[in-house]
Design a protein around this ligand. Structure first.
Ligand code: NDP
Length: 421
């Protein structure tokens, strides 16, 4: 296959090459054309088409006393329903309260094979003012907005590494690009004025000086089910939270559940979910072992939940301004700042976690999931909307719900002509 200089081709040229070399047919081309946008070419390289993932809205959120409708982008059934359910559970205790720290993102200039780290630390410390000024001079517009490089820290690492950490207030942006350009200016200064070479200079995605903490307090009586007392459910949720503190295997799934909600909002608002993911999982290891990010305890007849997350997200920056769907998300959320976005993201994480733990320790996770799973399976084997309700009911009764069973259920309903419009 010859794809030399593929990136130099205009859109039509790229498409023609793919068509010729990969045997794309009319149907493929029609699919590519249908989802193609002009913006795509401006955002990424070798643009082909847009990939569509469903967007839904979670409801029942009361965050710092304000009702919120939350757009969520996800391919996973039950995530939006669970977030709405978890949020509803918090209403019995007045919803979710959120506090955010100041927004200091961190960039690091990493120096390797340092022969005398004490000498380097002393030299860098002496030049702190110049280093911060150099960083700020490289991006004066963020300084005008009240942001910029605020402080630095030096860490001596093993294997003769030294990290010069610079903390930058990036205001409404996530700040990756502005941090990287500020760091590169610092690298030049270190070389020219201090004769110090670096291995690399780049932001750290572990933004642990930009945190949001959501809490809720739910009367245990409101957790009562047909089978279990509210106090039993609350105690079991607290135990589940403890299990995620002591076992990394459990913690990984516990945190995946939190990220089901977090990523969906991060994506809906046009943010970088890889940054959110890497930052969050690194933060989950802050005590030296990977742990669950949330904490649930029973205190005085209340289930008290708490979740703290790093927030490498932006209200502007990246492709957010030119992405109309990100702008729509801001409108749906009724937010005007990154602080408000942080409040929503961490609240969705907490609600998602509550819904998952509640299901796991009471009825089990599968009951809720299977209804939606049945729907996905049936749509996958060609069920129409008119067939769906009855087919779903039938499929949920079979002992093993899989593609084969979905096909059989659909075939039976069609043979029997049992479909009611
Ligand atoms: P941008 O590079 O787009 O920078 C932010 C822009 O927003 C600047 O141009 C700034 O203008 C403008 N702006 C307008 N109003 C404000 C305000 N109130 N506060 C702050 N900025 C404002 O985006 P980021 O630097 O935020 O970078 C985010 C992107 O970087 C993401 O797409 C991410 O995927 C990507 N990225 C991520 C990396 C990582 O996570 N490791 C690495 C590299 C890139 P002005 O220039 O006038 O200041």
């Amino acid at each position: 296959m010859n794809l030399n200089h593929f990136y130099k081709q205009k859109y039509a040229g790229r498409l023609a090459i793919l068509q010729a070399q990969l045997g794309l047919d009319e149907q493929d081309l029609e699919l590519i054309a249908r989802s193609r946008t002009i913006k795509g070419d401006q955002i990424i390289e070798n643009y082909l088409t847009d990939f569509s993932i469903p967007e839904g809205v979670a409801v029942n959120f009361l965050i710092n006393g304000q009702e919120k409708v939350v757009p969520m982008v996800t391919e996973e059934p039950s995530v939006v329903a669970a977030a709405s359910h978890g949020a509803k559970m918090t209403l019995a205790g007045g919803g979710i309260q959120v506090q955010v720290t100041e927004r200091l993102m961190m960039g690091q200039v990493l120096m390797a094979k340092v022969p005398d780290s004490d000498q380097l630390v002393s030299q860098l410390t002496q030049h702190e003012t110049e280093i911060l000024k150099t960083a700020n001079d490289a991006h004066p517009s963020i300084v005008k907005r009240g942001g910029g490089a605020k402080k630095m820290r030096i860490r001596k690492l093993t294997h003769q590494f030294v990290s010069l950490d610079i903390f930058i207030d990036t205001k409404e942006a996530m700040g990756a690009n502005m941090i990287n350009s500020m760091l590169e200016a610092v690298v030049t200064y270190l070389q020219s004025d201090l004769q110090q070479n670096s291995l690399m200079a780049v932001l750290s995605n572990l933004s642990d000086e930009c945190l949001a903490t959501a809490t809720c307090q739910i009367p245990v009586t409101s957790l009562t089910t047909n089978q279990l007392s509210g106090k039993t459910v609350a105690d079991r949720i607290a135990l589940a939270s403890l299990a995620a503190q002591v076992d990394p295997y459990r913690a990984a799934t516990h945190n995946k559940g939190i990220m089901n909600g977090v990523d969906a909002v991060v994506m809906a608002t046009g943010n970088d979910w890889r940054s959110m993911e890497s930052g969050t999982h690194a933060y989950a290891s802050k005590n030296g072992q990977y742990q669950g990010l949330s904490d649930w305890q029973v205190v005085d007849d209340n289930l008290v939940g708490k979740l703290t997350l790093p927030m490498p997200v932006g209200f502007v920056g990246g492709s957010i301004k030119i992405n109309p769907q990100a702008q729509l998300a801001h409108k749906l959320l009724q937010i005007n700042s990154v602080k408000e976005l942080e409040e929503v993201i961490v609240s969705v994480g907490l609600a998602q976690n509550l819904a998952a733990l509640n299901a796991l320790v009471s009825e089990g996770i599968q009951r809720g999931h299977m209804h939606l799973q049945a729907k996905s399976l049936l749509l996958g084997v060609g069920a129409t909307n008119a067939e769906l309700t009855q087919a779903q009911l039938a499929l949920e009764k079979v002992p093993v719900m899989d593609v084969r069973a979905a096909k059989q259920v659909l075939k039976k309903l069609r043979n029997e002509g049992e479909i009611n419009e």
